[in-house]
Ligand binder design. Structure first.
Ligand SMILES: Cc1cc2nc3c(=O)[nH]c(=O)nc-3n(C[C@H](O)[C@H](O)[C@H](O)COP(=O)(O)O)c2cc1C
Length: 130
């Protein structure tokens, strides 16, 4: 039987010494690796805050979270929601990237928790240029 699906939504801040063009590099690296590990998701970046939703086989998702947590390119990482998932929410992306202009959307989201944070993130998706 295949491993159960798991999802994680977290927020973080670009590290102060890290240039914003590092994000393009993160995404191109992540795309290749996520496709290999059956991880799908969406990374939203507003020039300062990251909000990242990842899903896939539980073990792969938890190992990815450990790697991301140790990454010095961002700080103040906070998991907003984590749990089992019946059906993937992202089918077309190995990892989508959305740049948003207005900082308040993502910043507000980072203040939320659990199901509320997830609902807010999912509600943001139709407004993103992806
Ligand atoms: C905000 C953020 C999001 C990231 N997302 C992913 C991702 O989806 N997949 C991935 O493989 N690496 C991602 N990374 C990069 C990982 O932290 C890590 O550098 C990469 O997986 C390589 O890990 P390794 O050098 O230990 O093999 C992300 C990093 C940051 C800062």
């Amino acid at each position: 039987m295949s491993e159960p699906l798991h999802e994680i939504l977290y927020c973080s801040l670009l590290a102060p010494q890290c240039p914003t063009d590092a994000v393009g590099h993160i995404v191109s690296q992540a795309r290749a690796r996520n496709a290999h590990e059956s991880i799908t998701g969406l990374l939203v970046f507003d020039g300062m805050h990251f909000c990242h939703h990842i899903e896939g086989p539980r073990g792969n998702v938890l190992r990815l979270l450990d790697r991301i947590e140790a990454d010095p390119r961002h700080v103040e990482m906070k998991v907003l929601h984590e749990g089992a998932l019946d059906v993937r929410r992202y089918l077309r992306f190995d990892m989508g990237l959305a740049h948003v202009e207005e900082t308040d959307h993502v910043e507000d989201l980072c203040m939320l928790d659990g199901a509320e944070a997830l609902a807010q993130f999912l509600a943001l998706r139709p407004r993103l240029d992806i």
